[in-house]
Write a protein that binds this ligand. Structure first.
Ligand SMILES: Cc1ncc(COP(=O)(O)O)c(C=O)c1O
Length: 473
């Protein structure tokens, strides 16, 4: 389907708040241009409408007997089924455990994974978000697969490490897509190799799920995914829910990592019998509204079609890469080729020669109303790799930062696109970057050493105008 401005506008109207004006440094108002979708996304209208419609019926789930409890339980369990279907999981073999987000989901898996003596290595990679690296380091021996110079997973090194730790790798924990470069990993091919080596595989799909169809497959299929983690706030349902979808047999055994209400079948003063999955791993009262919101987002994404979403975002990405290439002294990391935009996500990390990434991000926000992110994106090892810092340089940076000075912290600016972004959003980014490069911005910025962030003189935000709970006391 060819991209058109009209088609993009149609998607835009499916979202809440895209046209809300926000103030700029010069006092003007303009609609916010959110290019920070890899971090979090705005809500779909269907999510808002569903929450509005459900809220009058909201009540306790699972243990209540009244009508509202029954409908709330129905809605919560329906959401669980939606997530399983969306990820192509087989409910006979997989369970969906709701939690806060991907970080919580991966930490849970790290605590619940059935490591055995001698088979306790986790093979992850140098391109992971910290959330798919640190939980493993805390629990067991964690080995990082190397990367190609441009930041792709080095599959030759993957094979090498898998055979080097022959029989010892219990789990391959790899991102489905990078939150820095948007590179996609061939998760089903890696899954086949992992299974062949007797290991299981987790695909961290926090980035992938909003943009691509995911099909976990049956456990009989050698290319199946054993575990997938997702965050609803990156999928246009920012109500505090994420999911760990994984093999039932893993969660049928062992103690829950967090015992408490709802995790048991029966408790005596002497004994506890744990509940079956997923209840065993969902302690306490769940986030029912989060699950309902998540299901609504899934319904909308399914209705649009993940293939259409991928196609539209690829065209946005190609358009942005073509335009960025025309701006001198901008360096794009990862893959800058617009011709391959459909083989990656719309996440573009770049640097502007001679201007701190912190400053570029600040000016974009304060003077152009464009939200991006700058820094290391919770992927420090990956950023150091992409920037090509030597160990000595990385050490120097580390020491300066630990001494409380982040003003020269290495990093990049990241623009990341969502389904509702338009070609006009990208035009606005490009125009703003050209002006920043020409130093055509008006604010006088000072940098806070301890954070690295820049703030313009005279910026007095009046949040009470936008946020209803302030200004009324
Ligand atoms: C690839 C990847 N994994 C994990 C996470 C963590 O997600 P959350 O903050 O929702 O826990 C992120 C967040 O940006 C991510 O991009």
């Amino acid at each position: 389907m060819p991209i058109t401005h009209a088609a993009h506008s149609a998607y835009r109207s499916l979202f809440v708040g895209t046209e809300i004006p926000i103030p700029l440094l010069n006092g003007d108002l303009q609609p916010y241009i959110n290019l920070d979708n890899a971090a979090s996304t705005p809500a779909l209208r269907l999510v808002q409408d569903t929450i509005d419609a459900f809220l009058p019926y909201y009540s306790s789930v699972h243990r209540g007997t009244g009508y509202k409890s029954q409908i709330s339980t129905f809605a919560y369990e329906h959401a669980r089924q939606s997530v399983l279907n969306f990820l192509g999981a087989d409910p006979a073999e997989h369970t969906c455990i709701f939690g806060k987000n991907t970080t919580e989901a991966i930490n849970k898996l790290a605590r619940r994974f059935p490591f055995t003596p001698g088979r306790d290595v986790v093979l992850t990679s140098g391109m992971e978000h910290h959330s798919n690296d640190l939980p493993w380091r805390k629990i067991t021996q964690t080995v990082h697969v190397g990367l190609t110079p441009d930041g792709r997973l080095d599959e030759i090194d993957f094979d090498r490490k898998l055979s080097q730790f022959n029989g010892k790798v219990a789990l391959v924990a790899i991102t489905g897509a990078s939150n820095v470069t948007g590179f996609l990993n061939r998760i089903h091919i890696l899954a086949e190799k992992a299974h062949h080596a007797g290991a299981q595989i987790l695909a961290d799909c926090a980035q992938l799920a909003p943009h691509r169809k995911i099909d976990m497959g049956s456990l009989n299929d050698p290319a199946h995914l054993d575990y997938v983690t997702v965050s609803a706030h990156k999928m246009y349902a920012p109500f505090g829910t994420g999911a760990l979808v994984g093999r039932r047999d893993t969660f049928e055994v062992g103690d829950p990592d967090m015992p408490g209400g709802g995790t048991v079948e029966i408790v005596t003063l002497q004994d506890v019998v744990w509940a079956e999955p997923p209840d065993r791993d969902e302690a306490g009262s769940p986030n029912t509204l989060g699950a309902v919101a998540f299901a609504a987002a899934i319904k909308q994404l399914d209705a649009i079609g993940m293939d259409h979403i991928a196609e539209h975002e690829a065209q946005l990405t190609a358009y942005a890469l073509r335009k960025l290439a025309k701006i001198p002294r901008i360096r794009i990391y990862g893959d800058a080729d617009p011709g391959r935009a459909n083989q990656r996500l719309g996440v573009i990390p770049f640097e502007m020669e001679g201007i701190s990434h912190f400053l570029v991000a600040a000016v974009l926000g304060y003077e152009f109303g464009i939200g991006v992110r700058s820094g290391c994106f919770c992927a420090h090892p990956y950023i150091l790799h992409l920037l090509g810092l030597t160990t000595q340089e990385a050490d120097n940076v580390r020491n300066t930062m630990l001494a409380g000075d982040k003003s020269h912290m290495p990093g990049m600016v990241r623009a990341s696109f969502g389904l509702y972004n338009t070609l006009e959003d990208i035009d606005a980014l490009i125009d703003a970057l050209i002006r920043i490069q020409r130093r055509e911005f008006t604010g006088r910025y000072t940098q806070e050493k301890s954070t690295g962030a820049f703030e313009p003189e005279g910026w007095v935000p009046s949040f009470e105008k936008s946020y209803p709970l302030t200004g009324t006391e």
